[in-house]
Design a protein around this ligand. Sequence first.
Ligand SMILES: NC(=O)c1ccc[n+]([C@@H]2O[C@H](COP(=O)([O-])OP(=O)(O)OC[C@H]3O[C@@H](n4cnc5c(N)ncnc54)[C@H](OP(=O)(O)O)[C@@H]3O)[C@@H](O)[C@H]2O)c1
Length: 266
Amino acid sequence: MTATRKGEGQTALVTGASAGIRVDLAECFASDGYNVILTARTESALREVADRLAKTYQVTATPIAADLGAIGGGRTLAGEITKRGLSVDVLVNNAGYGQAGAFNGSDAATQLGMIDLNDRALVELTHIYWPAMMANKRGGVLNVASTAAFQPGPLMAIYYASKAFVLSFSEALWEEARGTGVKISCLCPGPTVSKFRERAGTGKTRLSQAGTPMPSMTVARMGYDAWQANKRVEITGTRNRITASLVRFLPRTTVLRLVRNLQSPI
Ligand SMILES: NC(=O)c1ccc[n+]([C@@H]2O[C@H](COP(=O)([O-])OP(=O)(O)OC[C@H]3O[C@@H](n4cnc5c(N)ncnc54)[C@H](OP(=O)(O)O)[C@@H]3O)[C@@H](O)[C@H]2O)c1
C-alpha cells in the first residue's frame, strides 16, 4: 500500500456497518486508504467486518457497538469516538430501516423508531461533525436515502417520508457547502440485495416482483464515487433514474395510486 491513496490519514464513520450496503460502503472507503469506524448494534458482526477490512486494506478499522435508534444515540457514539482518541473526517449516514403496511393499525414504536434512526440520528451525527468539516474545508457526508424519497408512499408512508427528509436535508447542505471543499452526496438506491426486505416486509409486495435487486457492492460503489465527485444526488440504475424524473411530471393523484399499487401485497 502506498501513501498515494485518497483517504490516507482520514477516517470515515460508517453507521450500521454490520450488514448490507454499509459493509460495502465501508469497504469502498477502506480500499482507498481511509481508516474506518464501523457502528451498528451487533458487536460480533462489526468485529468480523473490521478485522477483514483492516487485514485486507492495511487501515485501522474500529468497531463500536451503538444503538442509533435510541434518543441521544448519536451523541453517545460521538462521545465514545472521542474517548478513543479518534476523529471523523467523513460521515456515512447509512443506518435505516423500513416497514411495509398501512399506517392504520401499525405499531407506533416501529413507526417512530424509523424516524429516530432514519432522520433524527442522521441529523444528530451530521450536526456534531459538520462544523469541523466546514472549518477544515475537507471531508463531508454521504447520506443514504432511497428512490422512495421522490414521492409519497401509501402503504409505507413513514419510510417514504423519512427518506424524502434525507434527500431534502442533503440537497440543502450541498448548497450550503458549495465552494468550501466539503462534499455531500445523497445516495438513492432502488431495491438492493440486503437484509432490508426481510425486516421491512417489502418482499411480499408487488414492487418486489417488478425487477431484480441490484448487488449491494454496485450500489455502494456508485455512492462512494458520487461522494468523491461531490455529486448532489446519485440514483442507482437507469430505470430508477427515469422513474424518479417521470414522477415530477405526473399528476400527484396518479403517482399516489401507482405507488399504492406497487406497495400492495402480492
Ligand atoms: N436494501 C434496499 O433495497 C434499500 C433500498 C433503498 C434504500 N435503502 C437504504 O439503505 C440503507 C442501508 O440498508 P441495507 O439495505 O443495507 O439494510 P440491512 O441489510 O437491513 O442492514 C441494516 C444495518 O443497519 C443496522 N441497524 C439497524 N438498526 C440500527 C440501530 N438502531 N442502530 C444502529 N444500527 C442499526 C444493522 O445492524 P444491527 O442490526 O446490528 O444494528 C445493519 O448493519 C438504509 O438506510 C435503507 O433505508 C435500502
